[in-house]
Design a protein around this ligand. Structure first.
Ligand SMILES: Cc1cc2nc3c(=O)[nH]c(=O)nc-3n(C[C@H](O)[C@H](O)[C@H](O)COP(=O)(O)OP(=O)(O)OC[C@H]3O[C@@H](n4cnc5c(N)ncnc54)[C@H](O)[C@@H]3O)c2cc1C
Length: 90
């Protein structure tokens, strides 16, 4: 299907992706409740945060997203809030 292939090859390895190239975020990064070994912070990744702190993924490119316009827009608005949390040191 046109548009169904994520173009994420240019991202650094620090931004983890699934086997199809979709960006892993939040709980999808956890193994046994723990973040990846490369995760440098004491807190866990936020819902839309990738394995690189401060880098967020929303919409179709995100692993596990619903792949619909309304959900992509909604995730975008949530991401802004999470960016603010990140900038506040959260
Ligand atoms: C044929 C088809 C029919 C669909 N029908 C429906 C429907 O009826 N209802 C519905 O809700 N959803 C539908 N969808 C799904 C919907 O289009 C997507 O879920 C939605 O567009 C996702 O939005 P997005 O912003 O995550 O990604 P996109 O809309 O794909 O936007 C990503 C943008 O990033 C740009 N981009 C990519 N790489 C880079 C880069 N390196 N640098 C800068 N820009 C870049 C792309 O050019 C693109 O403009 C359909 C999808 C397809 C393919």
């Amino acid at each position: 299907m046109i548009g169904a292939e994520p173009r994420t090859h240019w991202l650094p390895d620090m931004v983890r992706r699934d086997r199809s190239g979709f960006v892993l975020t939040g709980a999808d990064l956890l193994g046994d409740g723990r973040p990846p070994a490369t995760w440098p912070l004491t807190r866990l990744p936020m819902f839309l945060e990738s394995s690189l702190p401060g880098v967020f993924a929303v919409g179709d490119v995100r692993h596990g997203s619903v792949k619909r316009v309304a959900s992509a827009v909604g995730e975008g608005s949530i991401a802004i809030s999470q960016v603010h949390d990140y900038l506040r040191g959260g």
